[in-house]
Design a protein around this ligand. Structure first.
Ligand code: CIZ
Length: 308
């Protein structure tokens, strides 16, 4: 007999095939959601899976901006976010109107926008980036001056690593789940796990990033963990990633850099909410066409430059 939890997952499966849906889960989602998903990945990987999928309905288990990216890339699909309150506090630090004001102060700057941002902000941007391609894309742009929004830590990482010394203006936004970790936390974690190699996300503060052995996006961490001979790793990103790391590398050991690396909105989606979403085809995320088209251009430009 299936237990209570597997009964829920069985219901998800049945509804999914009835509604011709695919379930996508971000790397930071809770284990039961990752296990229910057809694909687990970072925001951009998942949006591309959504756009290429033959499914008519996309259930996006992540936060609002991620579902928006899927709706930008393919407006013909029904994109569901099972919990509308699952926002991204970093994305919420910026609006299109505030960006337009800031652009007036730096009229020569290319506007480079992290994917963790609202669609209307992407629509005001020259190009989008993810944490895995931000430095490369800024290097590739002709502009010597960059307005990087909204993550100040990723912006500062780009400023320190861009090859041609570009002037990078940053926005005052950050991801609390990454920004909250300090150099003292790194010292404590290293003392507790002296053999572990430290992998940090570039959304962490500079003192954490500079103390790390390697700096990666979530996709970069998964790849490194798979390929390295290291047996123990301290993971400097939202702790949801540890489930996938451990599942894919059962003979290696992973420790969270800090228990503070926890995103509450990433944990709002439950199997019950997926079921309700599949039954009602709500809540649905759609992007108005006057925002969608310029936002799509900024995302497409990222793809072109990332491949160059
Ligand atoms: O873009 C993403 O999915 C996030 C939030 C982080 C990462 O490094 O993958």
């Amino acid at each position: 007999m299936p237990n209570f939890k597997s009964k829920l997952l069985y219901e998800v499966e049945a509804l999914k095939s009835r509604k011709k849906a695919v379930i996508l889960a971000h790397n930071y989602q809770p284990p039961e959601i990752q296990d229910a998903a057809d694909y687990v990945g970072d925001s951009f990987e998942l949006s591309r899976v959504a756009a290429e999928s033959k499914a008519e309905v996309i259930v996006f288990c992540g936060v609002f901006f991620m579902a928006e990216v899927a709706a930008i890339l393919d407006p013909h699909k029904v994109v569901l976010l099972p919990e509308m309150a699952a926002g991204c506090p970093l994305a919420d630090t910026i609006t299109a109107a505030a960006l337009r004001e800031r652009k007036k102060q730096h009229p020569e700057a290319a506007v480079v926008t992290y994917i963790n941002s609202p669609a209307a902000v992407k629509a005001e941007s020259d190009v989008c980036v993810t944490s895995s391609n931000a430095v490369h894309i800024v290097d590739t742009l002709e502009a010597d001056e960059i307005l990087f929004v909204p993550d100040m830590n990723l912006g500062s990482y780009v400023a320190r690593h861009t090859a041609n010394n570009k002037k990078v203006h940053t926005w005052n936004g950050c991801c609390e789940s990454h920004h909250i970790v300090t150099g003292a936390d790194v010292q404590a974690a290293r003392a507790a796990h002296p053999k572990a190699v430290l992998l940090a996300h570039p959304e962490c503060q500079p003192e954490v990033v500079e103390a790390a052995d390697h700096v990666f996006s979530t996709g970069g961490m998964l790849k490194y963990a798979d390929q390295t001979d290291d047996r123990e790793m301290l993971i400097g990103t939202e702790q949801g990633l540890l489930y996938r790391l451990q599942k894919e590398n059962p003979h290696k050991r992973f420790y969270s850099l800090s228990p503070k690396m926890y995103c509450p909105t990433m944990k709002m989606i439950t199997p019950e909410k997926i079921i309700s979403s599949l039954k009602t085809l709500r809540p649905r995320v759609a992007v108005p066409e006057d925002i969608r088209e310029p936002a799509r251009k900024a995302l497409e430009r990222m793809l072109q430059l990332a491949a160059s």
